[in-house]
Write a new protein. Structure first.
Length: 89
């Protein structure tokens, strides 16, 4: 029986290094409005999966999409000057 060995160094982080840093937590906090808007859009899409969409469903989807777009815009405007934020050309 032959033993198999890894020929490269493990890619995963060490067990002690799995907690998010303060900068990562700050980035998540900045992105929370966008995350919440995307969850709301996903909820609206899930509702329409197993039935025909009604006028109210279409309105809910449109409003959810608009909230996602507004949250993306606000996030881009807020993080434009932050190091590691989006690059504005």
């Amino acid at each position: 029986m032959k033993h198999m060995e890894a020929r490269q160094v493990a890619v995963t982080a060490v067990a002690d290094d799995r907690e998010p840093t303060g900068a990562e937590l700050d980035a998540i906090e900045r992105e929370m409005p966008l995350i919440a808007a995307e969850v709301e859009l996903l909820d609206a899409l899930i509702v329409t999966l197993d039935r025909a969409t009604t006028v109210l469903d279409e309105r809910r989807l449109r409003r959810a999409r608009n909230r996602v777009l507004a949250a993306r815009r606000d996030l881009a405007n807020r993080t434009a000057g932050v190091p590691g934020g989006p690059v504005v050309a």
